[in-house]
Each structure stands twice: as structure tokens, then as C-alpha cells.
Write a protein that binds this ligand. Structure first.
Ligand SMILES: *Cc1c(COP(=O)(O)O)cnc(C)c1O
Length: 364
């Protein structure tokens, strides 16, 4: 397997040595050792600080999708009404998932190159009176950051029982205030801004959400229910991954050690630098307005004179790997992931130099 000197994929991100080391330790059986429960409680506290919440934090084994599915299945029943805000692939994906559970889903859709407009969301909430509003904070395939705070204020004003927010590629990279923004279910993964392996799903759960979890009483590997009392009862529904939790703990310690404000500033600065360089190369950013761009990922149009497969091939030949895009943007847009460990000025500078050389070479 070839490795790349300039990894700029928007997740999974590169795993720093300090985090990788946590996977190499020997641990006992998580079910038996009090140290595991202490580590779990400590990691919950770290995540509360990062996510701005006093709510419960559930950490379960599996990739981020485990909590995206688990939180929906644990709170929705067939016939429940959902307003799904969709500005891209993940927003529509969550709407589909809710539909597959049998919910009646009203999609408030936007073009993929724009951020959600809270006014249109408000109209839908008033008309549908949903049990849940779903939204994606950072739409990773299109590099858009959505106005979660504004929609949260609407959710609160109209007393929508549940606000479900996919913050997988924004948490620990941009400000996120779960309690202030009235988020009931905030979904997070480990392989984006936290720069660990794709092995845990994280979800914050409000008191209101726990009540609904109890009513719905969903059973399954991804069910949230058993996690409500897992720590106090010293009983997890299946053997947890101590390695994954230890790595997450180190990842959180790094973020908090650097200081949240410093982490956010680093992401902003690296993103701004990346965009200036791209524009100077004559490339066009994908979001229709630059202020809609997420500080964690930059989506840019594939240049007309260099089709994506060829661009990708030439970048790889120089040791750089970026992301293509998904769904309707495949082949049209490519993405530079400057999140977590990759929000590194030196790394992004080298990446932009390599891209500039590739473009110059192709245009010669
Ligand atoms: C990465 C990501 C997920 C997890 O999805 P995968 O495709 O399995 O990596 C979910 N939501 C968002 C917004 C993401 O960026």
C-alpha cells in the first residue's frame, strides 16, 4: 500500500503518532476493569467541553454512521413527522434513512452550493409540526457550513421535540454549542477533526431525547437505550473497544490542551490560506458564497482543462491525495480536507504548491 506525503482527504484524516500510540498499548477486558469506566467518564467530560453541553454523551463502537442510524432508530416510529434540512449528500441521506424507518419526511432542500436558509426551514416547521428536525452542520461533500444556531432557535421557539444534528465533520474544528443551540442529538465521529481511526460513534443526548428513547424502546446493536445507564450499572450492551476509547481520550486531550479557541482559529486560518491560493491559481470555489464555506474542508470546481481522474492521478504522482466528491458532484468538484491534524499550515502550503505545479504542467 502506497502512502502519501501530502494527505489532504476530508476524512479519515491522518492519525498523529501520539494518538496512534494509544492503539498499541495492551488493555484488559473493558467489562472487568474499573479503569475502563473511569476512562469512559473522563472522555465524556472532555467531549462535553468540546461540544458545549451538559447532556449525556454516548460513545459506541462503530463508525460515525452507527450513531446516525442509532439515534434515528431509537427516537422515530413509523408515521412520525420529520423535517429534514438538506443542502447536500448527507442531508438527503439522513432524510432517506428516516424514511426507511417509516417516518413521514418533508425535505427542505437547497442547492448543493448554498447554505440552508432558516426562513424556509421555519415555514416547514410551522406547516408540518414535526417531531424532529434534522440537519447537517458541515456538508463534507460540498464544503458548506450550515446555520445550526439559527435553526436551533426555531426548533426551540416552535417546541419541536427533537433537533438532530450531524456534526461529524465540524465538531472540534468549528464552534459548536450543543446546549445553546438546543441540539437534542448531536452526532460526531472520531475520524474527522479528532484525527483518530473511524471506530467510534459519539452522540449527545438531551433529557427530552432520553424520554423519547424510552417510549420508542428500539432494540438493536445501534440502540441508544442501553447506554443511558451503562456507566452507573457497569454494564455495556457489548464488549467495548478500550483501544478506541483510549485513542479518543488522547485526541480530546490534544484539542483541549491546545485550547478550543486556538483550534478554531487554526482551522479558520488554514482554510483562508487554502482558498486564497486556490483563487490565485484561477480555480473556482464551489460554495456560491465564500462565507458559506466550512473552515474544515474546501470544495472547489475541477478545472475544465484537467478532468478529475487525470488531476487525481497527477496529484498522487506528487504524493498528494485529496477527495473527489459524491453524488451529483462526482467528477465536478474536488475537496481539500484541512481538518484536525490536517489543519496544518505547512501541510496545506505543500499541498497548494503541488497543485499549482500540476496545473502549470497541464497547461504548458
Ligand atoms: C464523514 C461523515 C459521516 C460519516 O460517514 P462516512 O461516509 O461513513 O465517513 C457522516 N456525516 C458527515 C457530515 C461526514 O462528513
Amino acid at each position: 500500500m502506497r502512502t502519501y506525503a501530502i494527505p489532504l482527504v476530508p476524512g479519515p484524516t491522518t492519525v498523529p503518532a501520539e494518538i496512534r500510540a494509544a492503539y498499541q498499548e495492551d488493555y484488559g477486558s473493558a467489562d472487568l476493569e474499573p479503569e475502563y469506566y473511569e476512562l469512559y467518564a473522563e472522555t465524556q467530560e472532555q467531549l462535553r467541553a468540546i461540544l458545549g453541553t451538559r447532556n449525556a454523551v454516548v460513545i459506541m463502537t462503530g463508525e460515525a454512521m452507527v450513531v446516525l442510524w442509532g439515534a434515528l432508530r431509537s427516537t422515530l416510529r413509523p408515521g412520525d413527522r420529520v423535517v429534514a434540512v438538506a443542502t447536500g449528500v448527507f442531508g438527503h441521506g439522513i432524510a432517506d434513512m428516516a424514511r426507511r424507518i417509516g417516518a413521514e419526511v418533508e425535505v427542505v432542500g437547497f442547492d448543493y452550493d448554498e447554505a440552508a436558509d432558516p426562513q424556509r426551514v421555519e415555514e416547514a416547521i410551522r406547516r408540518v409540526r414535526p417531531k424532529m428536525v434534522t440537519m447537517v452542520h458541515c456538508e463534507t461533500p460540498s464544503g458548506i457550513l450550515n446555520p445550526v444556531a439559527e435553526v436551533g432557535a426555531l426548533v426551540d421557539r416552535y417546541e419541536v421535540p427533537l433537533f438532530y444534528v450531524d456534526a461529524v465533520s465540524s465538531a472540534a474544528g468549528v464552534p459548536l454549542r450543543v446546549d445553546e443551540w438546543r441540539i437534542d442529538l448531536c452526532l460526531v465521529g472520531t475520524q474527522k477533526c479528532l484525527s483518530a481511526l473511524p471506530d467510534l460513534g459519539i452522540v449527545t443526548v438531551s433529557e427530552r431525547a432520553w424520554e423519547i428513547v424510552r417510549e420508542v424502546d428500539y432494540a438493536g446493536y445501534d440502540a441508544l437505550g442501553p447506554f443511558r445507564t451503562a456507566l452507573e450499572d457497569r454494564w455495556f450492551p457489548y464488549t467495548p473497544s478500550w483501544h478506541a476509547l483510549a485513542a479518543l481520550n488522547v485526541a480530546c486531550r490534544r484539542v483541549l490542551g491546545e485550547g478550543l479557541e486556538n483550534v478554531f482559529r487554526r482551522h479558520e486560518e488554514v482554510a483562508a490560506y487554502c482558498r486564497e491560493r486556490l483563487k490565485a491559481m484561477g480555480l473556482r470555489l464551489f460554495p456560491r458564497r465564500e462565507e458559506w464555506s466550512s473552515p474544515t474542508v474546501t470544495a472547489v470546481y475541477v478545472p475544465e482543462d484537467l478532468p478529475w481522474p487525470e488531476l487525481d492521478r497527477r496529484l498522487r504522482a506528487r504524493g498528494m491525495v485529496v477527495g473527489g466528491s459524491l453524488g451529483p458532484l462526482a467528477g465536478k468538484v474536488f475537496r481539500i480536507g484541512h481538518m484536525g491534524a490536517q489543519a496544518d499550515p505547512e501541510l496545506v502550503r505543500r499541498g497548494m504548491d503541488a497543485l499549482e505545479e500540476v496545473l502549470a504542467e497541464a497547461r504548458r
